[in-house]
Design a protein. Structure first.
Length: 262
């Protein structure tokens, strides 16, 4: 059994690709309502850990628990139904669809009517789609994109596309949100706004958030607890001050200059 005080827990998680052990002995416990981070050099295995948690990869050994229930090996859509949503390192929007349609697509995971009912104009299905549209508009308002609802998503600026991807993830009504390098490509002002945005959605949507990020100002500014991964192995964990001053972390990843500027 898992410790149900954690919203997400991994135990002894390991994955091999051929002869390569990409992640080994990955153990984390994420408290309900926290914002936590997973950092490390490129190739350390961070996104691989995300892919295991979200069902894209099945671990070679070990277990993943959501609120004390095992979800190891479930396919991604079942993990999403269980309450985990994610964004991606490279933004993955439906670029030929409108901003509103992108968010509505996220909401379909909670739709009760079978997909084949939609063309038949069955009242219950029509009513549910109307509710889905209204909920999507509320989400767009919460991320400041409601004025762009009917625009094609690839017309948005980069930072707005990031917020749209998060809004689509929120449309699945998650308990646990994984953000893969949300500040990538952002300028300092956008990164500062992102930190406030992450804190706001944590509160507004009663979320627990785990993020991968290379921008140390974002990591140190928003995360309450941080794990550090190097060559697929956790080498440190602690609060931002402990991580900033950890000799192993400085040697493997941060460097003296990064710790001074974080």
């Amino acid at each position: 059994m898992s410790d149900a005080t954690y919203v997400l827990e991994t135990r002894e998680v390991m994955i091999r690709f051929g002869g390569l052990t990409a992640v080994n002995n990955f153990n984390i416990g994420v408290p309900q309502g926290s914002i936590v981070g997973l950092i490390g050099p490129n190739g350390a295995g961070k996104t691989t850990c995300f892919n295991i948690i979200t069902g894209f990869y099945k671990p070679t050994k070990g277990e993943v628990f959501l609120e004390g229930r095992p979800i190891t090996g479930l396919p991604p859509h079942k993990v999403c139904e269980a309450g985990i949503a994610r964004t991606f390192q490279n933004i993955r929007l439906f670029y030929n669809e409108t901003v509103l349609q992108n968010v509505m697509i996220g909401g379909f995971v909670r739709q009760k009517s079978p997909w084949w009912m939609a063309p038949l104009m069955i009242p219950s299905c029509t009513r549910e789609e109307k509710e889905l549209r209204e909920q999507a508009m509320e989400l767009l308002k919460s991320v400041g994109l409601d004025m762009h609802a009917n625009e094609i998503s690839n017309s948005l600026p980069y930072g707005a596309q990031r917020r749209l991807e998060i809004a689509r993830a929120l449309a699945t009504k998650p308990k646990f949100l994984l953000l893969d390098e949300p500040a990538a490509g952002m300028n300092p002002q956008e990164s500062q706004e992102l930190m406030e945005f992450i804190k706001k959605i944590r509160t507004d949507f009663n979320l627990t958030v785990l993020l991968i990020e290379h921008d140390m100002k974002v990591v140190m500014g928003v995360c309450e607890h941080i794990w550090v991964l190097d060559y697929g192995v956790l080498i440190a964990e602690g609060n931002p001050e402990q991580i900033r001053s950890n000799p192993k972390v400085i040697e493997a990843y941060l460097g003296e200059e990064a710790t001074q500027n974080a």
